[in-house]
Design a protein around this ligand. Structure first.
Ligand SMILES: *[C@@H]1O[C@H](CO)[C@@H](O)[C@H](O)[C@H]1NC(C)=O
Ligand SMILES: *[C@@H]1O[C@H](CO)[C@@H](O)[C@H](O)[C@H]1NC(C)=O
Ligand SMILES: *[C@@H]1O[C@H](CO)[C@@H](O)[C@H](O)[C@H]1NC(C)=O
Ligand SMILES: *[C@@H]1O[C@H](CO)[C@@H](O)[C@H](O)[C@H]1NC(C)=O
Length: 212
């Protein structure tokens, strides 16, 4: 009995579905809804693409080195032990500008002090945030580590000449929150000449590199 009534129910439903499918109005309505949904999706995709390429285009942070000064320079030569003592500390003021309409978050990095290609000093640049179209001044204090310099065979001739060629370098990398996170990175490196006799920096030349 129950099986039979179930079968009847099934037949009824199948008949209803057949009628439903044969109804040309409903079929057309479904087609229209389908087309509208597709059009809306395409239009949204187009709008997002245009916004992504214009208003929300991620720009790299703009780095400017404002100044580099010697906050410490001590040099002495121990005749008896034929040893050099050299203290050099370079304070660099770096402005990082975020040209985007949204915030820029950068990750931890390390600023480097180099002498003729060797890393002779380093300092961490802690992670941070720069607001939309805002700038941040970073004070980067790099101290030369004597033991790393002493191994360089050029040191004695450079000291004799009175000028120490140094290089500072840092990389600022992070993300800009657009529709999705976009990674951007900027670098700077400065060539500087330290005059040992006049205890100042006689040449400062900075280069900026960007890469998306
Ligand atoms: C280098 O600096 C340290 C700490 O400021 C000091 O103890 C040391 O005597 C300095 N060395 C020279 C050669 O000036
Ligand atoms: C960044 O450095 C700070 C300390 O300077 C540390 O606490 C933090 O975990 C670091 N973050 C990452 C993502 O490495
Ligand atoms: C950087 O140094 C300058 C002067 O030396 C100081 O006025 C400024 O507050 C420092 N900025 C930071 C972020 O430490
Ligand atoms: C460095 O110091 C010397 C003498 O103290 C001075 O004549 C010279 O102008 C200074 N150079 C710079 C770039 O400050």
């Amino acid at each position: 009995m129950e099986v039979e009534s179930l079968k009847q129910e099934e037949n009824k439903t199948m008949m209803m579905m057949a009628q439903h499918d044969r109804n040309p109005n409903k079929k057309r309505r479904r087609k229209i809804i389908c087309l509208v949904v597709i059009s809306v999706i395409l239009a949204l995709a187009l709008i997002f693409t245009i916004l992504g390429l214009t208003v929300f285009k991620a720009k790299r942070p703009v780095i400017t080195v404002n100044s580099a000064v010697l906050s410490d320079l001590h040099f002495s030569f121990d005749m008896a032990r034929l040893r050099v003592f050299l203290n050099v500390t370079v304070d660099t003021s770096v402005a990082v500008k975020n040209p985007n309409r949204v915030g820029f978050e950068y990750i931890n990095s390390t600023a480097l002090l180099k002498y003729r290609g060797d890393v002779v000093g380093e300092v961490p640049v802690p992670a941070g945030k720069i607001g939309a179209r805002d700038s941040k001044i970073m004070n980067v204090t790099l101290t030369l580590m004597l033991d790393r310099v002493l191994s360089n065979s050029n040191l004695y001739s450079d000291i004799m000449s009175g000028t120490l060629p140094l290089q500072t370098y840092a990389r600022i990398a992070g993300k800009v929150r657009m529709l999705f996170n976009i990674h951007v990175v900027s670098y700077f490196s400065c060539d500087l000449e330290v005059s040992i006799s006049s205890r100042n920096i006689t040449k400062l030349q900075c280069h900026y590199k960007t890469k998306l």
